[in-house]
Design a protein around this ligand. Structure first.
Ligand code: ADP
Ligand code: MG
Length: 389
């Protein structure tokens, strides 16, 4: 799960990481009032969408007067912001953050993430903070330093100083950096984060450190421990099909192709997508119904796949271990009755109650292509989609 910048900053503030004072606003008039309340200006008006690159896309603007804040906020709210992270369709701005502008002397980059290679939380830092960290990573990776954290000991003051030195910080700034880094680590652990990125972390002309931008990724499996973070979820920012799926405890991932995949288990999902690609097709999504799905859940799952306009064919690939093939078959038939299937459907079933499952499908009157094995299923759906195009 992700949150907006203003929510991320509220969390950071709680953990003692310095951030500019600011407030979220939903209309121009309140943006103007909040600006006056925040101080003398200048202010920065920032579009709140779950994507970076806003600065370059026109989603971060400086205002010198409170009327200017109002005008900028009014224009920004409702606009479709396109950045290199939103894709060409962009994202509609529903909220803006009005915050105090600061005098930037230097922009740094700091992030914490779980490095799967070393199985450790790792701090990444760079002097090249600001808007182009992806380019730094691609062209001058030596400018990014990493420091792995021992989970038993935590991020030590020694490590923090080492990072601070490599960022070129001196004197009082070193101590400030040690505090910021160690508070960021505390935040990361306390909130069960998968990612915490501050870009930029700025040194101000007054000699302070300030987190000017913040991005969090939270481990969804730990969200039950963080009700307040869960409440920050903004459904406007998420794929409606993924929301619908999560409400039925289904894992749904939307992709760019045109073949919908109903599978059980993450491994089978990966293999199914690989084999579709192998035979020249492109998955539109995959929906993992998991182990013990009920008929109702399978029905919902199938409805979600059918509601995706990009889906030009569906491959059901189920290996019934815990999951029973007759339950899958009944769900498919039920969903088809409720919403109708206009696209080719290939079904490959194997495992528990497979004969019963196949019989149900055969007697359903639905136009289903049965497949023997994964390769056969993939070839058949790729061919059917190509023929229909
Ligand atoms: P994004 O990463 O989406 O482009 P940022 O929040 O990082 O958005 O803002 C982009 C740039 O705007 C920053 O690198 C910084 O130079 C400037 N900026 C952002 N917030 C402020 C602020 N409060 N005061 C001064 N400059 C800011
Ligand atoms: Mg940024």
């Amino acid at each position: 799960m992700n949150v907006h910048e203003y929510q991320a900053k509220a969390i950071l503030r709680k953990f003692g990481v310095p951030v500019p004072d600011g407030h979220v606003c939903y209309n121009g008039a309140s943006a103007r009032e909040w600006a006056k309340r925040l101080g003398e200006g200048p202010w920065v008006v920032k579009a709140q969408i779950h994507a970076g690159g806003r600065g370059k896309g026109g989603g971060v603007k400086l205002a010198r007067t409170s009327s200017e804040v109002q005008m900028i906020a009014r224009d920004m709210l409702g606009m479709t912001l396109r950045t290199h992270q939103t894709g060409p369709e962009g994202k509609v701005v529903h909220r803006v953050l009005v915050e105090n502008g600061c005098n930037i002397a230097n922009e740094l980059y700091v992030s914490l993430l779980v490095d799967r290679g070393s199985s450790r939380v790792t701090v990444m830092a760079s002097t090249e903070g600001g808007m182009d960290i992806e380019e730094v990573a691609a062209n001058t990776p030596e400018k990014i330093i990493t420091e792995a954290v021992d989970p038993l000991v935590g991020l030590t003051p020694f490590q923090c100083r080492k990072i601070a030195f490599s960022l070129g910080l001196k004197g009082k700034l070193t101590n400030k950096a040690v505090k910021v880094l160690s508070n960021l680590y505390t935040t990361f652990i306390a909130c069960d984060c998968s990612l915490l990125e501050i870009n930029p972390l700025v040194v101000t002309a007054e000699g302070d450190l300030l987190a000017l931008d913040a991005k969090f990724g939270f481990d969804d499996n730990a969200l039950f421990r963080h009700l307040q973070i869960g409440d920050m979820r903004d459904f406007d920012e998420e794929d409606p099909n993924e929301i619908e799926a999560s409400q039925h405890d289904l894992s749904y991932i939307s992709l760019n192709g045109n073949i919908g995949c109903l599978v059980n288990g993450a491994g089978l999902a990966m293999a199914t997508m690989d084999i579709i690609k192998h035979y020249g097709g492109d998955p539109a999504n995959f929906l993992d119904v998991g182990g013990g799905a009920t008929i109702e859940r399978v029905t919902e799952a199938f409805k979600i796949i059918l509601s995706d306009k990009n889906v030009k064919g569906i491959l059901v690939n189920i290996f019934g271990g815990i999951m029973k093939c007759d339950v899958i078959a009944t769900g498919v038939i039920e969903a088809a009755r409720q919403v109708g299937i206009q696209v080719p459907l290939v079904v490959r079933l194997e495992g528990t109650n497979v004969e019963l499952g196949k019989k149900l499908l055969a007697e359903s009157g639905l136009n289903i292509v049965a497949a023997d094995g994964m390769a056969d299923g993939a070839q058949k759906i790729v061919a059917a989609v190509a023929a229909a195009a």
